[in-house]
Design a protein around this ligand. Structure first.
Ligand code: GDD
Ligand code: MG
Length: 363
């Protein structure tokens, strides 16, 4: 069961109209990476627990036939929290199942995690990864035998007694659902894990790649890690050993520096520099002499001449006038139009459809 019911507020404006699980990451909806990872570990039956913009998720993914799996959807009447969502799906669950937060990009060895779960006889086994600052996550302290000594959701930085956090991938026994009261919002992190501490909750520490893609900065990081091959994904097959994928139908007159991925219909004009670490979606065009580096520009966006785009994300169908600079983690929502000679930087987020005239902003 994959939890995809969050509103994705921290990833706005990318998630203003599109639910987080189906936001495009490199060349496919984000959730496809999770499904491919699960399939790689023999999972063939997936339940998506949806809330916010559920139809968007369903229409993109269908019934899973294409992926060779069974894909079902559970829709919450209102947000039920991470454990409440699980409770709603109870009739569909087997005796032992996996539960996954729907916003992590990882190649953790789930098969090894399941094997450990069986070996220890755990009721729940949490995948764990080390991070520099655990305060935005669920902090876990382990005993020698990998049983959990302590679980603290969103610890204040001074209580950090470990650098291991819950990675959002759990092996669970169905019986733990007895701990979840029906019909209301229940957080698995705050109301279930603490009860299981000392009573069958184990951790599976992993050194694998792991990233919660929930903010624009981490979305960019995830993009770069995929096209650099720091995380194992199916995109690697497209990029090959030169870390470059330029669709044969792309028209490139400027320079492209790998790692980079350019889709069908892309146009790069004379004197433009694209890369390294760039993704250009279908039909994107880059004007003469423009520089695009460490950036994602989604389907249909058109960039004028002499622009500078660095460390930024442009959603689909944006328009950018000549000599405009977009840098410093700025994010343009779908259909944003920015005139010539603007400067947009310092993490500015522009909401879908907004139109800025020439020389309107020097942020
Ligand atoms: N169906 C449903 N209903 N899904 C939900 C709900 C809900 O009410 N609330 C959250 N989710 C989904 C989100 O869509 C996301 O995929 C996942 O549950 C986790 O929610 P986040 O809002 O992203 O939580 P977080 O990132 O702050 O913390 C969680 O993930 C960390 C790892 O990234 C916790 O599980 C932490 O313990 C963990 O370390
Ligand atoms: Mg998250």
């Amino acid at each position: 069961m994959i939890l995809v019911g969050g509103q994705g507020t921290r990833l706005r404006p990318l998630t203003a109209k599109i639910p987080k699980p189906v936001v495009q990451l490199v060349d496919r909806p984000f959730i496809s990476y999770m499904l491919e990872w699960l399939i790689g570990h023999g999972i063939d039956d997936v339940i998506m627990s949806c809330g916010f913009l559920a139809d968007g998720v369903r229409s993109v993914l269908g019934d899973g036939k294409q992926l060779g799996i069974r894909l079902r959807f559970v829709e919450e009447p209102e947000p039920r929290g991470t454990a409440g969502a699980l409770k709603l799906a109870e009739p569909m669950l087997d005796e032992r199942f996996l539960m996954l937060n729907g916003d992590v990009l990882t190649d953790i060895d789930l098969s090894a995690q399941i094997a450990q779960h069986e070996r220890t006889g755990a009721r729940g086994t949490l995948a764990l990864v080390p991070v520099a600052d655990p305060s935005a996550y669920g902090l876990v302290v382990l005993e020698e035998d990998r049983s959990v000594r302590d679980f603290v959701e969103k610890p204040s930085s001074d209580t950090a007694a470990s650098n291991l956090i819950s990675a959002g991938a759990y092996v669970l026994e169905r019986e733990i659902l007895e701990l979840v009261p029906p019909g209301r919002n229940v957080s698995i992190e705050r109301e279930v894990w603490p009860v299981l501490v000392g009573d069958g909750l184990y951790g599976f520490p992993s050194e694998s790649y792991w990233l919660d893609i929930g903010t624009p900065a981490r979305y960019l990081q995830g993009t770069f890690d995929i096209i650099e091959g720091n995380v194992q994904t199916a995109v690697q097959e497209r990029l090959g050993s030169d870390w470059l994928s330029v669709d044969e139908d792309a028209d490139v007159r400027g320079r492209v520096i790998p790692p980079a991925l350019l889709e069908r219909g892309v146009h790069v004009a004379e004197g433009a520099h694209v890369g390294s670490l760039v993704v250009l979606g279908e039909d994107v065009s880059i004007g003469a002499g423009s520089v695009v580096e460490r950036a994602v520009i989604l389907r249909g966006s058109k960039i004028g001449a002499g622009c500078e785009l660095r460390d930024c994300i442009l959603a689909a169908d944006c328009r950018v006038g000549s000599r405009t600079k977009i840098t410093g983690g700025a994010v343009l929502g779908e259909g944003v139009s920015v005139g010539a000679d603007n400067v947009i930087t310092r993490g500015a987020r522009i909401f879908p459809g907004v139109q800025l005239p020439d020389r309107a902003i020097e942020f």
